[in-house]
Design a protein. Sequence first.
Lengths: 274, 264, 260
Amino acid sequence: MTPKIRLQNISKRFAVGSNVVPAVENVNLSLNSGDFVTLVGPSGCGKSTLFNILVGLLAPDSGGELHIDGKLVAADHLLGRVAFMPQRDMLMPWRTVLDNAILAAEIDGVPRAAARKRALDSLDRFGLRGFENHHPAQLSGGMRQRVALMRTFMFDRDVMLLDEPFGALDALTRAMMQRWLLEVWEGAKRTVLFITHDIDEAIFLGDRVLVMSARPGHIKMELPVPLPRPRAPDIITSAPFVELKRTLLAAVEDESRKAFAAMNREILPDPADA
Amino acid sequence: MSAPSAPVPAVPGVPGVAGNAAIQLIALVVMLAAWEVAVRALDVSPGKLPPPSAVFATMWSGRVALAGAVGTTLYEALLGLAAGIVFGVLSGISFSRFRLLERMLLPYFVASQAVPIIAFGAIIVMWFGNGVASKAVIATYLSFFPVAVNTLTGIRRVNPEEVGLLRTFGAGTMEILWKLQLPTALPSIFTAVRLAVGLAMVGAIVGEWFGASQGLGVVLLTAMFDNHVEQLWAGILLTGVTGTALFAAVVLLQRKFVWWHADG
Amino acid sequence: MSDMPANKTGEGAWRRRYSLLWPPALAAILILAAWELSIWLFKLPNFVLPTPQEILVAAIQDRGQVLHDTWATLVESLVGYVAGSVLGLGIALLFVTFPRVERALLPAYVTINSVPMVAYGPLAIIWLGIGASSKITLIIIAVSYSILINALAGLRSCDPGAISLLRTFGASERTILLKLRLPAAMPAIFSGLRVAVVHAMILAVVLEMLGAREGLGWTVFKSTQMMDFVAAWVAVGATVIVSLAIYSVVNWIGHKLVWW
């Protein structure tokens, strides 16, 4: 089967002052249709750079190749092709929940009335029924994230990129949101790449977990998660889960140590993280 | 780590004060040159728009009188500004102390900023006469209101927990004011003073229009009556230079005393 | 258009309003009393300080003239204010769309405005005469500048991450401007509009003092020269009322449009 998206030898270097700093180097990655892939890595490993390349905001250095459905494409071709959800919800305070949810679809050219109607029909699925006319300032953090996620789903694209969407939530809300995300995803069957710092989250959600190395980032390890779906909350205490976690922790620890040591040597911020 | 911000080139926003000053200076020189060339090339009658060279010649020949005018206006504005700041800060502190006083008077203070209170200038000149005092009083009350309001909002910005902490150290009211409340309020007081500088200049000049014997306002007014356009432009340029210098002085003071608060 | 948390019960709202209103009302009564008392105590003649009643009576007796002057000043300031606001916003959009134009023109605009606008008053009178056009022109320059600076800051204030997000939705620069930057700039634009009300009124009144045929500023100037101090007080009072009225309208529109 041809992968939905394939990155081949993707590198990106930034000029920082007089130095040239590689942010990601020789990243190879493919997402198959319907995959839920999670990605973990130490801070400053170039995850954001990789994401910006994947959504078309940043062109990789020459030599790398981007393929969609087996076809080689230019970097800016990806703009408007991938449904992206940033870390912060970026809801517009002047729009209602409903109008925030349809923003991407609206920009995509769907008439407002049609988009609103479709959004009204899916309010239940996102747990926002009754809040459609509220404004973001009136919502809790978890609800805001659901609106942002709904906006991402309403932007009908096969591939979704979620950048630590639950990073700012408290642990309980976070666990609820994870289960709920899996339900929504199983109903909609999209290809998902999900970035997280949290190894439990990565295993619980993913079909595969990718571990990114310390800078310059590349895919250091790819670990399939052979846990059955649907996954119950208590799966995180099962033996196979713990075994996967042990493997991943070792890999991530190793990279974190390298990243930390590098940070102490010289502080070079990821330009895309600024 | 924040959201996916591609390394977009920094927004060409307003640069720092130094860069700004250099850009403004270049702009001024370019504008003067363009003005000179345009007036000569288009053969504009000097009665309408004199070339800058003629303006500078007028300034040079009248330098003693003009220096006196700048001195007078600057003196009036500075006197008024100083009084306005002192009274403003004191009333801001009183407002923060006496809640009822604030609730009684603050609405009027705020409303005064939506009103051309300069119109009262005519009455002030009537009360205080044609000398320096009336202009200084106008400059005082114009600069007073923003300083008072911003002192209060600045003091209100103090975190009550910090006040509590100082209390546990055994600090008294005055110590809390000096060591915590005023330093916290200083950035917002300076913001008001920057506004007040312009207001004090306007107060001095307009005050002179109601009756005075010397000052930049007098230069402007007599030039208007005599239809002396070179003199008028000389007055405008000197007003701009004086106001900008005063403003720059405040900015420098602010940088020296409020270095921890980037509000350049 | 907003459905923010509704007001509490009518009674609670009334009580809150009452507790906000009585202190300034008390202050007004105290000030008026002190005013009257000092006139009575120090036997102040009315050219030093007329009583509030004298001012009120004069205002009612001369209402024809007062309304005429008020109208003249209102027209000058409003025409200049509206035109200046539109111009300022237009220039801001131009600058944001074409940064090159901004780099060339903004320093010139700043330089012109580094001179207190009233200092151009005599020049405006010489060039444009003592009619309304001299006032309106200066008001347009001052108001447009205040709107321009605020609008530029507002249009630049929005989160670069939000712009990137919209671009991943395939938004064009125009869409980003309309759906994100302009709404995000509204609070800043309105604070510019609020400040500009005062600029417009100051310039109208001060320029009328320099030379005019009608208007509140002209009446203030004329009556102080003719030692008719009650008339000066009436005109000053009318200036205050007009200014507060315009300000309240702008403020009200601002709250309706920028409720978030």
